[in-house]
Design a protein around this ligand. Structure first.
Ligand code: MG
Length: 322
């Protein structure tokens, strides 16, 4: 299918038979979750039917999410609860799971990980067998005699000699002391600096926003003069994780479906995948068109090949396939 329309690269609004061609041409579908399959606890209408049908037709389906707050087991329950009844844990590649894989298999970190993050990250590290400082140890407010020291500060708190990596993810219990401790650990150039993702913010109801992990990472980057290695989208690592666990995943046969141009579409582009923007989430058609007119090559990589109003637009195409 020709991706050019109206003189613009990509941004091809597809429907009906064009979607059917894509469904025939691709054997692997990668979906972002929030804004594509659901909004918080509410499924995008039609999305469960689309995912269940793709799986039922023998397509390979993977989920790539920068949300580090849940372990995969918890995601499986959420998928099921919202009507995605055929999703298995092995299909879910979250930034917390992929960070644990990176620390175990790529960095092979020897020592402990200092975590700025929550339960999703700790559970995945534990399951991967990657040692990390427990929250109580991180937050230890005892003096050398083991007496409570409620006013621990960076001037008097303990620091572990065994920390060899700092991992930053979403942390709604973020404190100045955590930032200060992480900055001290990162003074050691051999201490790895990882971020689950670099998302700036997430939409909430009523126009409110939730600051993303990217803000916390940025604070630490300024304090240390170092740059974090980002595990989640748009970095390629999630796709490498998929390829290493499933044989024969061919980028040319994959479609990456997401709602955010700067992460999902760039991720697809970085991995050599065709990309599809769905308009049920953060980015809108006008945003894609602005990027498509840009002369900067990075911004060209934000431009989706295809656009749909919702992935529910796949449903009529399935009927035509029969
Ligand atoms: Mg999203």
């Amino acid at each position: 299918m020709d991706g050019a329309v109206g003189g613009l690269k990509g941004c091809l609004k597809v429907r009906g038979s064009q979607i059917r061609h894509l469904l025939e041409a691709k054997d692997t579908f990668l979906f972002d979750c929030d804004g594509v399959l659901w909004h918080g606890e509410k499924a995008v209408p039609g999305a469960p039917g689309v995912v269940n049908t793709l799986i039922g037709r023998g397509k390979r389906v993977f989920f790539v999410t920068n949300n580090s707050t849940r372990p995969r087991e918890n995601y499986v329950h959420k998928f099921y609860r919202l009507g995605f009844t055929d999703v298995r844990r092995e299909q879910i590649f979250s930034s917390s799971y992929c960070s644990a894989v990176y620390l175990r298999d790529v960095a092979r970190v020897r020592g402990q990980v200092f975590v700025i993050g929550g339960k999703g990250i700790r559970d995945e590290l534990r399951e991967a067998g990657v040692p990390f400082l427990q929250e109580e140890e991180q937050e230890r407010r005892l003096d050398v005699d083991g007496q409570p020291q409620p006013d621990a500060t960076i001037f008097n708190c303990d620091l572990s000699a065994d920390v060899k990596a700092v991992l930053v993810g979403h942390d709604d219990q973020f404190t100045f002391l955590k930032l200060a401790k992480a900055s001290c650990y990162l003074k050691d150039p051999d201490c790895l600096f990882l971020a689950t993702d670099n998302d700036p913010w997430h939409p909430l109801k009523d126009g409110r926003i939730l600051p993303g992990s990217g803000c916390l990472t940025a604070a630490l980057e300024v304090a240390t003069g170092r740059k974090a290695t980002v595990i989640g989208k748009p970095s390629r690592f999630m796709f490498e994780c998929i390829s290493s666990q499933f044989s024969g995943v061919d980028p040319a046969q994959c479609l990456m479906v997401g709602d955010r141009l700067e992460t999902d579409m760039l991720f697809g582009s970085n991995c050599g995948l065709d990309t599809m923007l769905t308009l049920t989430g953060v980015s809108q058609m006008e945003d894609a068109e602005v990027y498509s007119k840009s002369e900067r090559s990075t911004e060209q990589s934000f431009v989706p090949d295809y656009v749909v109003d919702s992935i529910a637009d796949f449903l009529p195409a399935f009927e035509e396939l029969d």
